[in-house]
Design a binder for this molecule. Sequence first.
Ligand code: ZN
Length: 460
Amino acid sequence: MALVLSGGKVVSAASVFQADVRVENGLIDNVGLDAARAGDEITDVSGKFILPGGIDAHTHFDLPLGDGTRTADDFPSGTKAAAAGGTTCVIDYATQFRGESLGRGLANWHELADGRSFCDYAFHLALTDWNASVAGELPAVIEAGVTSFKMYMAYKGSLQVDDGVLYNVMTELKKTGGLLCVHCENGDITAARSLELLGAGKKQPEYHPVSRPEELEEEAVGRLLVISGLAGAPVYVVHVSSARSMKKILEARSYGQTVFAETCPQYLYLDDSLYSPRNADAAKYICSPPLRDKKNHAGLWEALSKNLVDVVATDHCSFNFKGQKDMQADFTKIPNGLPGVQSRMLLLYLGVSRGRITLPQMTRLASENPARIFGLYPGKGSIIPGADADMTILDPDGKTLITAKNHFQNVDYTPYEGWEVPCAIESVYLRGKRIFHRGSFTTDRPLGRFIRRNATVLQN
Ligand SMILES: [Zn+2]
């Protein structure tokens, strides 16, 4: 039987319009006034917005750090939190650790996610070990539906790769059609400054941002864009945290380079005053790049409002405050990352309610752009006939209190504790099935599927 959501306003990347949405066999069948046919089940969503389900293009679920520490959220809890927050698909960073083949790295992530996920998922693959045999595996990985990759210019001694490797990988991906995502911070100088600070007895969380200031992100973004320019390859800059890094991206675009930019709610709302020695919870906010001076917020929001940033993702990488983040002898040992997969759509809507971005822009940043860039479109990212019926019903007359007391994230805090957002996630539909309604899951079954992506991104 077909389902019709009736009376709501559909949000597309271009506009907000009154329409019914008819869903059949898990797909959007029709969008328009009077889409219902005899025998259809009608659900009244009057006064609500019907958004394409969110796509969080940057998560780290069940990520091991190598010292026995793992992220607090695994795929069951992370995808449940995503769905409860209106996100119906995540693209998680599978990781090939040193010494592993790409096939091994991907197989590890399938074991963690398959049959255990409450929303759909796809993988990027982070490369930490590059050699001829790894290069030879790329076509098979792309064939398996993993069409984007990641490398780190930071984390010296573990994840960091050098500039020559970045160049080689981009050159190779240009042939195979994959897209490289890059974490931009100068890892060598961060490591040197960290040693310098520790040597001076400066061990507290307040020195984390001192060890990796804005200049080191800006420098790495600039260097990356020289490398990608010479390779003639597109590139995606993850978690842009500062207005000056955005300027580097705009400069490269002005030379005709294809550069995608992502930022995260933490860089739009939180700032480095949280690392103050007066804040006993400062370790909660350790992430890289670090939270920045508040003056960056205006520049980043302006970039969102002018459509210069392509994607807002979370970089959800959760560690408990008690027992994981609070136990460390110095700031370099505090596991990096913040939770956020459940609050992304709410925080974007908060920006809408404050007039920073429009609802169609929110939909572009949260759903359609990540779908297009990462090869999920048109199956996902937009409410159009033929697409998966992934939909988030948002009530603009509702209210949501963000708190760790009742979130689905399996972590003991949220950076947005006590924030009230002027909307509520009424229901969430995954491929036509309502999986979440008014605060509760309507199914116990992990219905999320692995989504094989295509590489059409670069033609868009
Ligand atoms: Zn990340």
